[in-house]
Design a protein around this ligand. Sequence first.
Ligand code: PMP
Length: 352
Amino acid sequence: MLSRQILQKITIRCFANDAIRKGLIGMVGRTPLVRINKLSDETGCEILAKAEFCNGGGSVKDRAALFLIKDAEEKRLIRPGGTIVEGTAGNTGIGLAHMCLALRYKCVIYMPNNQSQEKIDMLKTLGADVRPVPVVPWDDPDNYNHQARRFAESVENAVWTNQFDNTANKKAHIETTGPEIWEETRGKVNAVVFGTGTGGTLAGVGTYLKDKNPNVQVFLADPEGSVLFNYIKHGKLERTPGSSITEGIGQGRVTKNLAGAPIDDALAIKDKDAVEMTFRLLHEEGFFVGASTGLNVSAAAQVAKLMGPGHTIVTCLCDTGQRYYAKLFSRSVLQERGLLDCIPESYRSSLH
Ligand code: PMP
């Protein structure tokens, strides 16, 4: 009974259409849809982006985090005061930790032990019990995701939210991000393009918009070293060369969230283009964002070229540059990776 009450409160807060957002949970969704001005003027297309860093936990993953918890409550897998367990190295963990504080759950995060100290420190500050474990591939039983599942199974009143294969993640975007884009553009949207980690954003938004208008084109933007570009183009799970500076996107398999998504085409985006766009967004538009956002917007500019002027293309600004300050905004890191040259000299003032 109690869990039903909590669920209803979340639903009301999530969709309340009033100006006052009720607590942190009320700050998930209904993010601004912003026009990327200079790029839109240059391409003759409307390049629009959902500012997902405006969500309460600061990233695109807050919507999924809330829906994964809602799903566990709905299925009565967790009762008040229980423990949310997830395998995550990034934004999903940060999102879950925020939601857990607001909803009074405990939060346990398993992550590979090669992650930055900043991420570990931030999760700890957010009250999560962080468990770094050795880096092993998905098919090894000791992979951090499997450890998360086993731990949740071994503890009373705990649930493994399973962001990759629990389609409550995609549902978040079918029920919130997709409808928001449709309403905010008044149905005038020709294409969407997103980089993909779990696939929740792309599959959810794509599914909703295609249902509204089958002519909306859905593009997957893939970073270096991921298999999804080749999967969409040639049906093969073959990695493209390189290993990307972007975080949170790129995949080695087809997750349940991505499977069956209505994708029209894929674009392989080089790090040099993603990083160049990250710095253009900062210096030309004033958006301090991470590299997956640079990749998204770079891909949107490519889609604009493919489609020609007069089209409306929507993507998202996933999170802020603050989360990657040590790496993405470091002169030496960019130099080591051969990425310094793609940033115009006059924009290098933001490097440390
Ligand atoms: N950008 C960043 C920074 C992310 O952390 C994620 C999620 N891993 C994404 C983009 C992609 O989101 P999704 O998991 O919905 O594919």
